[in-house]
Design a protein around this ligand. Structure first.
Ligand code: AMP
Ligand code: MG
Length: 491
């Protein structure tokens, strides 16, 4: 374990040359303070947990002191936003400090979000709100707890600067750890500015660093695309299975390693409404829950364009045709795990289809439905729900399929409880944490939620006792007033 002065920085991206970024150090800030720190994210870079929040840490990760060995830069990229190409994006407020190599020889990007305006800022202030930073922090750690590939959040550092969105807002810096910050939009940028040679260099760089096992393959560009398709399909299948809605699946928010990236107005499904979007600005529901898999396909088609000259249109087409079958397979497997069923035949398909109709017709809580189902027929919780007339035949069908698996109820329950979270990051839970943080500068609820969601599948009595976590409160259905809540992009 090391401290923040001795991180093992390597700076691979900077070697690509100045067309790829603007070299820039973070702007200094006044009086940085710790909002929350994730010891489990710190482990990724061998940073000692005690280091979080001390003065050295705050000075270095807020930008007040240079981090030894880091060579900060703002990355160039463009991308498709809500279906239209935007040629001018790039890190307007983000800086890649560099990559840290840990003792296991893994490399992790360290990125500050909200570190001051760069040349890509387009007149914006280069800062992030405390609210959006807390939201990203909690969601990153929650998705990781759910076993879903995501960027991590090492810390949120508050800064004493007032910024303006719809109204004055507190500002903060999010310290993000990620496997990569290369997005579909990074390739689009070089393609649409006629820099074919740099598309190729970025591709070689990506293969070397993120898919090194294919480096010797003559067909490696094609395999790179194939891998990105596989990872994207898997990621979105996992989102669907836990009811996560990203909210802004623009191509600058999609990484080439299929990692959940750039949290904005995201949400988790409460009562099951398939066309729900948590993004207040998304009036047409482009990025709604039931559109995510299709949008993954659309975005991959956008990534294919810069690769056309390097791979050839026919090969790209062959690969992209694999996306939907792959997604269907992954999704089916996820649903099998949620239901505790391994035989995924046509009966299973029918059961799942009818289940979604029931969830929708009776507005059942998506998360708690699966959790209760693991107890069935032990605890009659589900039958007491409204809609029990329709539910009963479905439950009978479910039990028939469960019995054909040849495992005991106890075994099925253990399996289901390890796939279906008891706790998710519900809107009202975030809201309580935000209210305390923003109105009272009390960050304890953020810490509590982070700890709870690190392991969302089970109670941890000793930990809960220590942090004052009432399991039943955090597991309950979302209250009516918070249902279907949306967040705006600027929040
Ligand atoms: P995001 O919504 O965070 O994915 O950002 C979309 C684009 O807008 C990226 O190019 C960001 O760098 C840029 N951006 C968003 N907010 C700001 C800000 N406050 N200052 C500078 N650039 C910003
Ligand atoms: Mg973005």
């Amino acid at each position: 374990m090391t401290d923040s002065r001795n991180l093992n920085f390597r700076n691979r991206f900077i070697e690509l040359g100045p067309e790829f970024y603007q070299a820039k150090t973070p702007d200094p800030v006044t009086d940085p303070y710790l909002v929350d720190f994730s010891p489990s994210a710190a482990q990724l870079i061998d940073l000692a947990p005690e280091d979080g929040g001390n003065k050295d840490f705050l000075d270095r990760f807020s930008g007040n002191c240079p981090l030894e060995g880091a060579q900060p830069l703002a990355m160039a990229y463009s991308g498709h936003q809500f279906g239209s190409y935007n040629p001018r994006l790039g890190d307007g407020r983000g800086l890649l400090l560099g990559e840290v190599q840990n003792k296991k020889q893994e490399m992790w990007d360290i990125h500050l979000k909200g570190a001051g305006p760069t040349r890509f800022a387009r007149g914006f202030d280069g800062r992030a709100t405390l609210q959006s930073s807390i939201r990203e922090h909690l969601a990153s750690e929650a998705l990781n707890g759910l076993g879903i590939s995501t960027t991590r959040s090492l810390a949120v550092i508050g800064i004493r600067e007032l910024i303006y969105r719809e109204k004055p807002a507190l500002a903060a810096i999010l310290v993000r750890i990620a496997d990569t910050h290369i997005r579909f939009g990074s390739f689009e940028f070089f393609h649409y500015t006629g820099q074919g040679e740099n598309v190729k260099r970025l591709l070689e760089f990506s293969i070397q660093n993120y898919y090194p096992d294919i480096i010797q393959e003559t067909d490696r560009y094609r395999i790179f695309f194939q891998r990105t398709i596989q990872r994207t399909a898997k990621l979105i299948a996992k989102w669907q299975s836990v009811g996560f809605i990203h909210g802004v699946m623009n191509t600058d928010n999609m990484t080439i390693t299929g990692t959940t990236f750039d949290y904005g107005p995201y949400g988790f499904m409460d009562r099951f409404i398939p066309n729900h979007t948590p993004n207040h600005s998304d009036t047409h529901g482009r990025y709604a829950y039931n559109q995510q898999s299709e949008i993954g396909f659309w975005n991959l088609n956008k990534l294919a364009k810069p690769l056309v000259h390097l791979v050839g249109p026919e090969k790209l087409e062959e690969e992209i045709q694999q996306y939907q079958p792959l997604f269907n397979r992954f999704y089916r497997e996820e649903m099998g795990k949620k239901l505790g069923l391994a035989i995924l035949d046509s009966e299973f398909t029918q059961l799942v289809q009818r289940m979604f109709q029931l969830l929708q017709n009776h507005q059942l809580d998506y998360t708690n439905f699966f959790r209760s189902l693991a107890d069935y027929p032990g605890i009659p919780h589900l039958e007491n729900n409204n809609g029990s007339d329709e539910l009963k035949p479905w439950l009978n069908h479910y039990l028939e399929l469960a019995q054909r698996e040849g495992i005991s109820h106890e075994e099925r329950k253990i399996q289901m409880d390890s796939s279906n979270p008891k706790f998710i990051l519900r809107n009202h839970l975030i809201q309580t944490a935000l209210d305390k943080a923003l109105k009272e500068a009390d960050f304890s609820e953020i810490t509590r939620l982070r700890i709870l969601l690190e392991n969302p599948f089970q109670d941890q009595p000793e930990v809960f006792e220590k942090y004052g976590i009432d399991s039943e409160y955090y597991a309950q259905d979302t209250p009516e007033t918070f249902l279907g809540q949306q967040t705006s992009c600027s929040a």
